[in-house]
Design a protein around this ligand. Structure first.
Ligand code: 6GU
Length: 248
């Protein structure tokens, strides 16, 4: 098989937690087809003591344990070798920059992405300093470890690699224009007394597109007003939103 367009190397204490979500559906297919590759590496591989120690107490005191720098740095250097300088290196932590669709698009252009999963109270800062890593969070809540967050990032990035899914699905979906997606309907036409909006049955493509656009904007204003400021709106659309919401 030819070399994948994008390869992820994940460093974790729990390799199966990272792998399991990628073993189904679209990402599984992409991996089977050789478009993307994901390899999970057990950080304990690069420990040398009898107990395979990967953490220790924090300098300065405080609760919990901190992951040791050496096993992680040694592992990343051993696996990446010459390719490390060109790779993107992410550390999954709730103290990171919040992952979004723009970061997903940017990462999808890389050839190699290293994902380091933090656990316990965090990882020694020198992992970030030595590897030039970017700290990434998937949102404002705390998980027990970075593994599920790593799977989220890998899924969001891998689906944007050319050939993984249909291009049309990407341009119409939520967040592609900074708005959430319009409501979708399929058969039956009436369900529990609720009708599919008539315009969707009209076959009138321009009217359907206009309805969908208006619904996207309405829904974004209602549930994600924070997105509107940066969304791709025409002047007329922006004026209309301001008329309804009473602000910019
Ligand atoms: Cl990347 N890790 C952990 N432990 N919690 C998180 C997170 C990451 N992103 C949001 N919460």
């Amino acid at each position: 098989m030819s070399t994948p367009a994008l390869r992820f190397d994940v460093f974790t204490l729990f390799p199966r937690t990272v792998e399991a979500p990628l073993e189904e559906s679209i990402i599984r297919r992409a991996i089977e087809r050789g478009i993307v590759a994901v390899q999970a590496h057990d950080i304990r591989t690069w420990t040398h003591d009898r107990h395979r120690t990967a953490d220790d107490t924090p300098y300065g005191g405080g609760a919990g344990m901190v992951m040791l720098a050496a096993p992680i740095v040694d592992g990343v250097e051993a696996v990446l070798g010459d390719e490390l300088p060109a790779a993107r290196v992410l550390v999954m932590t709730p103290a990171g920059r919040v992952f979004d669709q723009a970061m997903a698009r940017d990462l999808a252009r890389a050839q190699r992405v290293v994902v380091i999963c933090g656990h316990y109270e965090g990882i020694d800062q020198r992992v970030i300093d030595v590897l030039g890593a970017e700290e990434v969070s998937i949102g404002d809540y705390v998980l027990t470890g970075g593994e599920l967050a790593a799977s989220v990032v890998i899924d969001a990035v891998a689906r944007l690699v050319p050939g993984v899914i249909e291009e049309a699905s990407i341009s119409e979906e939520s967040h592609s224009s900074g708005l959430v997606e319009y409501p979708q309907y399929t058969r039956p036409q009436q369900y529990r007394g609720l009708d599919v909006p008539g315009v969707l049955l009209s076959g009138h493509h321009a009217q359907i597109a206009a309805w969908r656009r208006a619904e996207s904007i309405r829904k974004t204003a209602a549930i994600r007003p924070d997105l509107l400021a940066k969304a791709d709106l025409t002047e007329r659309e922006r004026a209309k939103v301001e008329e309804i919401t009473g602000d910019a």
